[in-house]
Ligand binder design. Structure first.
Ligand SMILES: Cc1cc2nc3c(=O)[nH]c(=O)nc-3n(C[C@H](O)[C@H](O)[C@H](O)COP(=O)(O)OP(=O)(O)OC[C@H]3O[C@@H](n4cnc5c(N)ncnc54)[C@H](O)[C@@H]3O)c2cc1C
Length: 367
């Protein structure tokens, strides 16, 4: 049987951030990835927004790791030359009835340590985003966008420069613990058994299934897996906005919003649709629903310019109608099994929080 110090399962942004932080903390790391390339899961199907940390319950892991992760991410991108832009975002109240909700977001953001929000009324908004129809808007200057693939390549490069190995085409299909580490069964073209002192399960949409498949006392504590698809529509031509535009959040997601990529191209989404298993189909018939949602704050939208784009799937650990769950980073202190860390429910703001999650995991391993 082969042996390893730390095995990270999954080469998405979370696994890569963990590997990079663990390697920097002096650990020997092996990343095992089911696919033949890195970052083909959730990490390449999102909005690429660096979130400020406005929405999450104060004290939650989401709030703490988003705020810390955002600060780390801006510094890392600047240092490593990863493309990004601190473009800012507006959260809009399109009707007077939404003003209380806007104030509640401002209050929650303040409790999360986000102190630079500014509230604008209709007349002021008309001066700097004239196409936007809103009673009021909160400006979040710390919100930005990042090239998620550039980020993943930089993290992989950092990890590899410190000796980390990456095994592509290597699906983990099961495992167990035997008191002397965690034993993983690897499938694929070169099946093997691997014993590790530590295993980090950062398998994204498959993390819960894997949490059950690695048989030990922790398996019974795996949450339920639920999936919520979000589709995006691209916009042909130039949209008349220079900041990201978000409505008041809706259950399960942040509402159909406008994000810009690094070339300034607009896309709209993601919406929220609960599905039984991951599936990336974009149904063109959703155009009308998107157009209605967007016209709440951009009445002049030309719906003919909306084109079906791509879809992403959120790794939810609660089902429809339930309050959003916090990230779960289940280490030995929670489940009692030495050498095992499961990362469950790493949905948004996981990209923003990735470097903080990596640091948190490295601390758990080296404590
Ligand atoms: C629609 C949408 C929009 C989002 N927008 C934002 C945003 O704007 N800002 C933000 O901060 N966050 C956003 N997020 C969240 C963010 O994208 C995720 O939190 C993050 O990408 C999760 O990364 P990951 O590494 O956990 O998962 P993944 O990127 O899915 O990586 C998991 C990896 O594990 C591999 N794997 C799975 N099973 C196995 C196995 N058995 N053996 C080996 N390998 C395996 C997969 O192939 C995959 O490569 C969004 C998410 C969604 C769905």
């Amino acid at each position: 049987m082969e042996t390893a110090d730390v095995v990270v399962i999954g080469a998405g942004v979370i696994g890569l951030a963990c590997a990079s932080a663990l390697a920097a903390a002096g650990r020997d790391v092996l990343i095992v990835e089911r696919e033949h390339c890195i970052g083909s899961g959730i990490s390449s199907r999102n909005s690429e927004v660096i979130h400020a940390g406005l929405y999450y319950p104060p004290g939650s892991l989401k709030a703490q790791l988003c705020v810390e992760g955002r600060q780390r991410l801006y510094a890392y991108c600047a240092q490593r030359g990863v493309a990004h832009a601190r473009c800012g975002k507006l959260v809009v109240a399109s009707r007077e009835a939404q003003l209380d909700a806007l104030q509640a977001i401002a209050g929650r953001a303040h409790r999360n340590g986000v102190d630079n929000l500014r509230l604008f009324g209709r007349a002021e908004i008309a001066e700097f985003e004239p196409a936007l129809d809103a009673e009021a808007a909160l400006l979040s200057p710390s919100t930005g966008i990042v090239d998620s693939h550039g980020l993943m390549m930089a993290l992989l490069g950092d990890a590899e420069s410190r000796g980390t190995m990456l095994a592509l085409g290597s699906p983990v299909i099961g495992g167990n613990t035997d008191g002397d580490g965690v034993v993983l069964e690897i499938g694929g073209e070169a099946p093997t058994m691997l014993r590790a002192r530590w295993v980090i399960n950062s398998a994204g949409l498959d993390a819960v299934a894997l949490g059950r498949a690695i048989r030990c006392a922790a398996s019974t504590q795996a949450p339920e897996a639920h999936f919520a698809r979000g589709v995006y529509f691209s916009y042909s031509g130039k949209a008349p906005f220079s900041r990201l535009i978000y409505p008041i959040p809706e259950p399960g997601g942040l509402g159909v919003h406008l994000t810009l990529d690094l070339s300034g191209q607009a896309r709209f989404g993601p919406d929220v649709e609960w599905i039984d298993r991951p599936d990336y189909h974009v149904d063109p018939s959703r155009t009308a629903r998107f157009a209605t949602a967007i016209r709440n704050w951009w009445p002049a939208l030309d719906a003919e310019r909306l084109q079906p784009g791509y879809a992403g799937v959120r790794p939810k650990i609660v089902g429809p109608g339930q309050a959003d769950a916090d990230f779960r980073i289940d280490g030995p202190a929670r489940h009692g099994v030495a050498g095992l860390i499961h990362l469950y429910g790493i949905e948004s703001p996981g990209l923003t929080a990735s470097l903080a999650i990596g640091a948190h995991v490295a601390k758990l391993v080296n404590s």
